[in-house]
Design a protein around this ligand. Structure first.
Ligand SMILES: [Fe+2]
Ligand SMILES: [Fe+2]
Length: 259
């Protein structure tokens, strides 16, 4: 089974990158499923029906998320009703949204979940405990599982990956918006990358106009964030999973410079 996963799609420039390039990426990688992390779709903070619908219409199969998922209060009802948007599994039960998605086409099936880290992040339950409980109660045994592990700490991500090596198909790190060059297949067959990067404007500080963040860092004063619009890149990974074993046989970084 082939999967394309694009990391944190940032604001309007990121959305346009997906919509304008999805057909080309599909021609190149023939994905069974095309997944994006969408926690930053709406001006960098959260997502809305207006910012997700065009992506689904363009052929995105599922949208994973992270700490910014709920930033748009007006979207909470929508999150409850659109099961293709996946909330982190290890947030408290009251957090709105769907924590697990089963994707299926005419030949492949895939379970998609996401989790957030605990280090340098908003409070959430243990991703280790949540993943363990999920695997123990997994009603979809023997179906390949893709995990978006949305976390800041490299150590937390790598420890998680080794703990669940061989138990899930692929673990893709997101959240830092900076792609790491450590894509690999772990000893027991799980595909892994510490961070898949950001699909959006890289001539920025992780998506925001540079001068605003410099001002914030320099003075300690809050600033109103504005989405940058230059240095556009498509970042993510292409994954091939052997459906009979559920293990990854190939993981490649996607890093395309658009302008
Ligand atoms: Fe993000
Ligand atoms: Fe995040």
């Amino acid at each position: 089974m082939n999967i394309v996963f694009l990391a944190d799609v940032y604001g309007k420039p990121g959305r346009a990158l997906v919509i304008d390039h999805i057909d080309k990426l599909k021609d190149k990688y023939s994905p069974d499923f095309f997944i994006v992390n969408g926690e930053n779709l709406a001006d960098g903070k959260g997502l809305t029906e207006k910012t997700t619908k065009p992506l689904f219409d363009a052929g995105v199969s599922a949208i994973t998320s992270g700490n910014h998922l709920w930033d748009r209060y007006e979207s909470h009802d929508y999150l409850q009703s659109e099961n293709r948007i996946i909330k982190p599994l290890n947030y408290p039960q009251g957090a709105v949204g769907n924590p697990t998605l089963r994707l299926q086409n005419n030949k492949e099936v895939l379970i998609v979940i996401c989790l957030t880290g605990q280090m340098f992040m908003s409070a959430c339950d243990s991703p280790y405990g949540a993943m363990d409980a999920f695997l123990q109660n997994n009603e979809f045994k023997s179906i390949p599982i893709l995990v978006d592990f949305h976390a800041e700490s490299t150590a937390e991500k790598r420890a998680f990956a080794h703990m669940f090596d061989g138990k899930v198909s692929t673990i893709i790190g997101t959240h830092t918006h900076i792609q790491t060059a450590d894509e690999e297949i772990l000893p027991f067959g799980t595909g892994y990358i510490t961070d898949a990067g950001m699909t959006g404007p890289h001539d920025s500080v992780i998506g925001v106009k540079k001068h605003l963040i410099i001002e914030k860092m320099r003075t300690g004063m809050p600033v109103r964030y504005e989405v940058a619009n230059t240095g556009l890149q498509i970042n993510g990974v292409f994954i091939e999973i052997d459906s009979s074993t559920g293990l990854t046989v190939n993981i490649e970084r996607i890093r395309e410079f658009i302008e």
